[in-house]
Design a protein around this ligand. Structure first.
Ligand code: AMP
Length: 555
């Protein structure tokens, strides 16, 4: 018996899964499929990205659809349009042999008129991002009063992105009698609260260790001076010739800058961030999926939900402001049981964050040694020589002796020497000096942070550095700053950076470790930038004057 059939899935779905190469169910599928099919109770599933959760909730939802009815029977809410598109396309693949099923994706940044047209032709299943869905509910195009199943996918990310109110408003439009599935990569008190409020007698399953990163990922770090990060990135790409990965940056501007530099230096790269129109994003993703570009520079939000097979590396050009995003970033690699590498390029000031991530995801990072110029030459030369030694060309036998005569006159040693030196010249060497000893100094810093943290058990994860900052104290030459904009203004980290840049002309990259609250936020910046920011008094947001001041000066 097909293993998916024994979980209760019917023949058309099993056939489609078989064609997709799904031979055995993943852990989350083994648990969730029979559970969803039986509709016993709600489900809270803690599962990392890449564990096969789309099929875990998607296949039973498809099977439960009553095709003789035209109303919306299932709703899947996701944080980003990329994930929304990904899930929709997965569901369409799984339902290839279910005739007449209608699955519609609704998400912002794309024509609402087309989405309305599609919805009017009926939608058994709607996959949606919260904002656009509410818009369509308000326009009375979407009716959720007969929905039987609701899935909140990547619920932790929806909360991070400030969608709590939207989520609650959507759920209030659905009937009480329904099956709800909540999928989250991480467990936090907020997720627990949502589960307690909206799930009834839910079964809880945890795939892998709670809040743990995927086991198949090797988590590594290197500590570098800020100026060395770019040359180090190029060394990593040069050294791993099969490199195919995503480099995470902290701002849209940074993705653009690094991508421009890489292209200028001869690499195939492109960037993905929130300012791109949907068609541009689709184009970039299409090129990336087909390996026309091997390197994608992305912000956290833009890269959410990306499911590209066989990525070898995830590079963190900066660690994320919200350390829980680390799991989502690294989860882009090692998908469907494969292996992957996640490398954090740290500035010495970010070292403390690494320790927090280690605690959060319960893994020990290994030190990554940035390859030296000579390492790259050696590996490349090795590959060249191996390929050269194995090359067999049928044309050789037809070669005119006169043509090769100059070579015949040379000794074996001379030929080898010339060949190798020519290949070395061909390689564009990246010989920038990189301070590699800084790693040792960082290790000391990490150990001392770790000691501080250990003496502070029971407090929250940012506590040691936050206490320092709360006193208004300097963290090295960093200072904690207050700004009167926050989640209630419906802005994200990148938006805040951009607003600071537009108001103060200080680069958004100087805005670090943002803690966004309701109507205000705190962030860290260097003293010099803080001074300029505080002095700029001419900005406003939606008609409200922007106020920036030292956190310690705030009453
Ligand atoms: P997901 O966590 O749903 O985003 O899935 C991650 C990746 O695993 C996707 O590329 C899926 O196509 C793939 N996948 C999901 N389930 C299976 C399975 N049972 N066997 C093989 N690949 C799978």
């Amino acid at each position: 018996m097909n293993p998916f059939e024994s979980l209760g899935l019917n023949e058309p779905i099993c056939k489609a899964l078989h064609e997709l190469g799904f031979e055995n169910p993943t852990d989350v599928q083994k648990h969730a499929i029979p559970f969803f099919l039986s509709r016993k109770s709600d489900l809270l599933a803690l599962a990392q990205t890449g564990t096969g959760k789309t099929a875990a909730f998607g296949t039973p939802i498809l099977q439960n659809v009553d095709l003789s009815e035209n109303f919306t029977q299932a709703l899947i809410i996701t944080p980003t349009r990329e994930l929304c598109n990904q899930i929709t396309s997965d569901l369409k693949n799984y339902s290839k042999y279910i005739r007449g099923i209608k699955i519609v994706a609704v998400y912002g940044g794309s024509s609402i008129v087309n989405q309305i047209k599609e919805l009017k032709q009926s939608a058994h299943i709607i996959v949606a991002t919260p904002g656009r869905l509410i818009d369509l509910i308000d326009r009375k195009v979407v009716k959720l009063n007969r929905v039987q199943t609701v899935v909140l996918d990547e619920a932790d990310e929806m909360l991070n992105m400030g969608f709590r109110d939207d989520m609650e408003s959507i759920l209030s439009k659905t009937p009480d009698e329904k099956l709800t599935g909540l999928f989250s990569a991480t467990m936090s008190s907020d997720i627990r609260k949502i589960a307690n409020t909206y799930l009834k007698g839910a079964e809880e399953i945890t795939i892998g260790k709670k809040n743990s990163a995927q086991q198949n990922i090797s988590h590594q770090y290197a500590v570098l001076n800020a100026k060395d990060k770019y040359p180090a990135l190029k060394r990593i790409i040069d050294f791993h010739e099969d490199f195919y990965g995503i480099v995470f940056c902290s701002t849209k501007i940074e993705t653009q800058e690094i991508s421009d530099h890489l292209i200028r230096d001869g690499y195939t790269a492109d960037c993905l961030h929130g300012d791109l129109a949907q068609t541009q994003r689709d184009k970039v993703m299409h090129r990336f999926r087909h390996k026309a570009i091997k390197l994608l520079l992305a912000t956290d939000v833009a890269a959410r939900g990306i499911d590209v097979k066989n990525l070898t590396h995830i590079i963190h050009f900066h660690l994320p402001d919200d350390i829980e995003n680390y799991t989502h970033r690294s989860g882009r690699t090692a998908r469907a049981g494969q292996k992957g590498v996640s490398i954090a390029l740290l500035h010495i000031r970010e070292a403390y964050k690494l320790h927090q991530i280690e605690k959060l995801i319960n893994v020990k990072f290994e030190r990554y040694l940035i390859p030296k110029g000579q390492d790259i030459v050696n590996t490349r030369l090795k590959r060249f020589i191996e390929a050269f030694a194995h090359e067999q060309n049928e044309m050789m036998s037809e070669l005119n002796n006169e043509l090769v005569w100059p070579l015949m006159k040379m000794s074996k040693e001379e030929i080898v020497q010339k060949l190798v030196s020519q290949e070395i010249n061909r390689m564009k060497l990246n010989n920038t000096e990189i301070d590699l000893n800084i790693d040792e100094r960082a290790k000391e810093q990490r150990n001392s942070t770790s000691r501080m943290d250990r003496s502070d058990r029971g407090s929250n994860r940012n506590s040691s550095s936050r206490r320092e900052r709360d006193r208004g104290g300097n963290n090295g030459s960093m200072i904690r700053v207050f700004i009167n904009l926050g989640k209630k203004d419906e802005i994200k980290y990148d938006d805040l950076r951009e607003i600071v840049f537009k108001t103060t002309k200080v680069s958004g990259r100087a805005v670090k470790d943002i803690e966004m609250k309701g109507v205000y936020s705190f962030f860290m910046t260097d003293t010099e930038s803080a001074e300029i920011m505080i002095k700029s008094r001419n900005g406003s947001f939606k008609g409200r004057p922007i106020r920036i001041q030292k956190a310690s000066d705030r009453k």
